[in-house]
Write a protein that binds this ligand. Structure first.
Ligand SMILES: Cc1ncc(C[n+]2csc(CCOP(=O)(O)OP(=O)(O)O)c2C)c(N)n1
Ligand SMILES: [Mg+2]
Length: 280
């Protein structure tokens, strides 16, 4: 594993903690997908604040495609830290008439496709990656999707197509949390072994601890060394990882509406983490 400097690691750990705090702040108003947002904060910190290049105009040069719309909470938490959303607006998440949809539609800042109907992101991301390459652009395309979506055939058509077209500008990031709404994925329709399946479709896949910033950075770095295939990060994550007092037993964690005392305890814990990391 290549060395990651302490300052880079500390910066990303602090950002991940602040993203977790934003997620709680947003979801505590009316409930939401807090467990996923908290769990995905390490990936979000690395993706938005280390991996994707900026365009010099306050936005990103590389492109992110969210497939599982309900994980929008991760993007909201990260883009609040980026300064492209206001927390005051984000607190209307899940309110009647809000523009801050739980599953956003194409065109909303940070969201390239309409994603509430699951399973469609990988094929659209593959099309985007193909188009960017055809146009001679060196943009990299990152697509987040979930273990539940792996049960949909469209995902595997996308993998087959992306491998056939040698789309090395495409990185699939899978939230492999062994949860799909009301049940464990392994109990409904098992998807493992996930890396081996993507390898068999012609991609380059590896399993990643999705709650380890060094592991995530290492995978992003490795992805750039693979020049003839799409890269697949099978990220094992745990719902609410990073805030111990909110740790939930699967499967009752897909969508949460907690008591105020629980949200307050979670905020107190993450504020302590932020202060330990030298932030406020
Ligand atoms: C095509 C489609 N089928 C079913 C649903 C209903 N649905 C919403 S979330 C969800 C669970 C999907 O699994 P995953 O994304 O892994 O969920 P999580 O880990 O966040 O619980 C399902 C089946 C949907 N949104 N779209
Ligand atoms: Mg899942």
């Amino acid at each position: 594993m290549s060395a990651i400097s302490n300052s880079r690691l500390n910066k990303l750990e602090l950002l991940a903690a602040k993203i977790r705090r934003n997620v709680l702040d947003i979801c505590m108003q009316r409930g939401g997908y807090a467990g996923q947002g908290v769990a995905l904060a390490d990936i979000a910190a690395c993706l938005y604040f280390d991996e994707m290049r900026d365009d010099g105009k306050g936005w990103f040069y590389d492109r992110f495609v969210l497939s599982n719309g309900h994980d929008a909470i991760m993007t909201y938490g990260a883009l609040a830290e980026h300064g492209s959303y206001d927390m005051a607006d984000l607190r209307s998440y899940n309110e009647d008439g809000t523009k801050i949809d739980q599953s956003p539609i194409e065109g909303q800042l940070g969201f390239e496709i309409t994603a509430g109907s699951l399973g469609q992101g990988p094929s659209q991301a593959a099309g985007i990656a193909w188009g960017e390459r055809m146009n001679g652009n060196d943009k990299r395309i990152y697509c987040l999707f979930s273990d539940g979506e792996l049960q949909e055939g469209n995902v595997w058509e996308a993998a087959m197509f992306a491998a056939h077209q040698k789309l090395s500008n495409l990185v699939f990031i899978i939230d492999n949390n062994d949860l799909q709404a009301t049940s464990r994925t392994q109990d409904v329709l098992g998807v493992e072994p996930v890396p081996e399946k993507f390898d068999a479709f012609g991609c380059f896949a590896r399993r990643v601890n999705g709650n380890s910033i060094p592991d995530i950075l290492e995978a992003f770095a490795e992805a750039k060394t693979i020049t003839d295939r799409p890269y697949v990060m099978v990220c094992d994550t745990k719902i609410f990882e990073g805030i111990a007092c909110l740790k939930a037993e699967l499967p009752a964690a897909h969508y949460v509406a907690k008591h105020q005392a629980d949200w307050d305890a979670g905020l107190a814990e993450i504020n302590q983490t932020i202060s330990t990391l030298g932030g406020s």
